[in-house]
Design a protein around this ligand. Structure first.
Ligand code: MRU
Length: 337
């Protein structure tokens, strides 16, 4: 089965794949107002760092079409989720484009958003090609969260490497962390790989240690929400634990990072704002209480993996290894859109 796109621009409205309904239902939200785009990002109808950046870009176009204040729209959209830098990256490019200056030209601005969308498609494809080149034939790869096509406007990042790697004989099997508490791995990664015919098995997040001890994993591949100037990586909570277990077993830990996720203005991981989400994502499941009455929960959506645990960063510019601070400075990030 072919995968649906994460989003579609339809002249004067944004059609957004509602990821909350997957794997049960493929349905699209039709958004006509920028505030609805901010809401869709905050409530994770659209998620995955590159996809939220592109969705927000279209949100700016909706604001321009309605003649609304672009600074307000950009600021509210930017605060809809704080950790993935792709959001700010895309919004800054929209705001500083000539089409967003007085008098605002909504049609021209739609062209800028379309270019950002196409840019994401192209850069994820190149990144995936570099990633596949790192894998040995027949690899068994462990993945955390969801980083597939619908988390981007293209072919995905880490899951895209797994899918392309399988098609090219480099991946035999994918182990998918279910990814508590929102279950992106069980619901989305397993669905995408199922659609693409890639053999995969879902595990609870804490099973990775046993799996590695049994020598069932050749490489770990994850995505990211932000890479700091020193190479520290923010990604879905649990990534840090996985990196530690991989290091303990001598298994390579690769992070897929498009240039739109690399933030040289953030010095290190401690300077990255970690989104904290509602307790009920942990204490409840589909409205049913799981935790003991009165139990409280702490729900950081992301964590920080220190650069020294990262075997390589896979970017569209190529594969980057430590020392990351020097290597990241040399990337042609300024020449991006
Ligand atoms: O909270 P989510 O589901 O938006 O978190 C997503 C992740 O952490 C992904 O790994 C990351 O955004 C990369 S998507 C290519």
């Amino acid at each position: 089965m072919t995968l649906p796109p994460s989003l579609l621009w339809d002249g004067d409205r944004l059609k957004l794949l509602d990821q909350r309904r997957l794997p049960h239902e493929v349905s699209f939200l039709t958004l006509r107002q920028w505030r609805d785009v901010a809401e869709a990002i905050a409530t994770m109808a659209v998620r995955g760092a590159p996809a939220i950046g592109v969705a927000a870009a279209w949100g700016v176009v909706l604001a321009a079409q309605a003649g609304e204040d672009l600074d307000v729209a950009v600021s509210v959209l930017k605060s809809s989720r704080p950790t993935a830098v792709n959001l700010a990256w895309a919004l800054e490019r929209m705001r500083r484009s000539p089409a967003a200056q007085d008098p605002v030209d909504p049609q021209e601005l739609a062209g800028v958003a379309a270019a950002l969308q196409e840019d994401d498609r192209a850069r994820t494809q190149t990144l995936v090609d570099h990633g596949v080149g790192l894998l040995a034939p027949g690899s068994r790869v462990l993945h955390h969260c969801h980083t597939g096509a619908i988390a981007t406007a293209g072919v995905g990042t880490a899951l895209g490497v797994i899918a392309a790697g399988h098609a090219r004989g480099m991946v035999n099997h994918a182990w998918l962390d279910e990814t508590r508490p929102r279950l992106q791995g069980a619901a989305l990664s397993a669905w995408e790989l199922g659609c693409l015919g890639v053999p995969c098995t879902v595990i609870v997040d804490s099973a990775s240690g046993l799996l590695m001890r049994r020598q069932e994993v050749d490489a770990v591949l994850v995505g990211c929400d932000r890479v700091a100037a020193n190479g520290d990586v923010a990604n879905k909570v649990g990534t840090y634990n996985l990196a530690l277990v991989a290091r303990a077993h001598g298994i390579p830990f690769y992070v897929c990072a498009p240039g739109s996720s690399i933030d040289l203005t953030t010095p290190d991981g401690d300077a990255i704002t970690i989104e904290e989400r509602p307790e009920d994502e942990i204490t409840q499941h589909r409205g049913q209480r799981l935790a003991a009455p009165g139990a409280t929960a702490w729900n950081p959506a992301f964590d920080i993996t220190p650069a020294h645990l990262v075997s390589a960063l896979i970017t569209e510019f190529g594969v980057i290894r430590a020392p990351y601070r020097d290597a990241l400075q040399l990337l042609p990030l300024d020449r991006q859109l």
